[in-house]
Design a protein around this ligand. Structure first.
Ligand code: GDD
Ligand code: MG
Length: 368
């Protein structure tokens, strides 16, 4: 079976984590987000994959490779300009001659794809779409269905008064190749705004495939943190070491914790899982970490405490800091000086890169 994975967005809502890397390669349990999806597809017999890449394609290619290590085959189709979700699939048309899957590249899910394909083959619609229940449908595409399970209405990013159901588009479709004829080549277009509404208008059958499997759109830092912690909680009793680390016998580590290669954890450091440490992190004496994700090369100095934080790579949090629900970019230094200037780092704050002379910029000011 074949799949196209959409890897085009700039990940604006994930800033500052995505200032220099695309969203699909942010590390989830120390592996690129997309690698989790690729492994899951491989396990379910979907081994022929087209990556439709728009933003920083060379970074995606370097981190993901050709799939041979995962036992799958990856073909890259690169957009010079963003073509939108359906425009990007049209751009890969020459690889698509049988019913194929389309995936948004920014989610993690346990939806059963084999059963979804069986449902598609049985009913023979033009498109089958996986649906998932959520608490807040307004940030997704809401999908109304009828009794036999066919889609009757699709509203992308509805306002609350347009919300009639909590079932939303999970960003997984099975598409018949003939649908590609409806999509203009080389022109920006979206499944959500153009193709699905048009198919409904034409009276074409669109099948819903509702599921209550695990599903998360890793679209913003809070979701990113949740995805990491959810996956770690699946192994509640594990302290997993990925390589050789130096851990002082007086360090207290409560599972679930994932420790990347080459970490250094000092005496009386206290790590309360779920916590992820990337490669080469240092947690010094009396430092405390809880419910947090640290990328590679993060330094946490003495007596610093952090809870619910995402700290991007090569960042230093100096001694005696208290951080709660903070998200930092790469190469940041956080220290007491910051507090001395009266600039406490509030929850959900974004911290400026090292050397920035101006106050911390809002997330939208990072380079694109
Ligand atoms: N190649 C390519 N080119 N990919 C694109 C482009 C493009 O121009 N634009 C977006 N994508 C990719 C993104 O990289 C992402 O993987 C996927 O398409 C969806 O884009 P998002 O920007 O993450 O959309 P969203 O999360 O707001 O909404 C979409 O996903 C929801 C589920 O998470 C919609 O499909 C909603 O209907 C859906 O509910
Ligand atoms: Mg998304």
């Amino acid at each position: 079976m074949k799949a196209v994975i959409l890897v085009g967005g700039k990940g604006t809502r994930m800033r500052p984590l995505t200032c220099s890397i695309p969203k699909v390669v942010v590390p989830v349990l120390n592996r690129p987000l997309l690698e989790h999806t690729l492994r899951s597809l491989g396990r379910q017999g979907i081994g022929d994959i087209v990556l439709a890449v728009g933003y920083l394609p060379e970074v995606v290619q370097e981190r993901i490779g050709d799939g041979s290590q995962l036992g799958i085959r990856i073909t890259y189709v690169i957009e010079q300009e963003p073509l939108g979700t359906s425009g990007a699939v049209k751009n890969a048309q020459k690889y698509l001659d049988e019913p194929f899957f389309v995936f948004n590249g920014d989610m993690l899910t346990g939806i059963d794809l084999t059963a979804m394909m069986e449902a598609h083959r049985k009913v023979k619609p033009k498109v089958t779409m996986a649906l998932i229940p959520v608490d807040n449908p307004t940030i997704y595409g809401v999908v109304e269905t009828n009794k036999p399970g066919m889609i009757t209405r699709f509203v992308e990013k509805p306002t609350w008064d347009q919300v009639t159901t909590n079932m939303i588009n999970a960003g997984i479709y099975i598409v018949e190749p003939e649908v590609l004829r409806l999509i203009p080549a080389g022109v920006f277009s979206m499944f959500e705004h153009n193709v699905f509404p048009k198919l409904l208008e034409m009276g074409e059958p669109l099948l819903a495939y509702p599921s209550d499997a695990y599903w998360i759109d890793v679209g913003a830092p809070d979701k990113y943190l949740k995805a990491n912690l959810d996956l770690l909680r699946q192994r509640p009793r594990e302290i997993q070491r990925e390589g050789v680390s130096e851990i002082h016998p007086e360090a207290r580590i409560e599972p679930p914790v994932l420790i990347g290669d080459g970490c250094f954890i000092s005496a009386r450091a206290h790590i309360v899982g779920p916590v992820v440490l990337g490669q080469g992190c240092r947690v010094l004496e009396d430092a405390g970490l809880e419910g947090s994700v640290l990328w590679d090369g993060v330094d946490v100095w003495n007596n610093t405490v952090m809870k619910g934080c995402v700290i991007a790579s090569q960042t230093v949090v100096e001694e005696d800091c208290r951080l709660e629900e903070c998200v930092t970019g790469h190469h940041v230094v956080i220290g007491r000086e910051v507090e001395e200037f009266g600039a406490r780092i509030p929850p959900h704050s974004y911290v400026a890169p090292r050397g920035a002379k101006t106050p911390p910029p809002p997330p939208s000011s990072c380079p694109t």
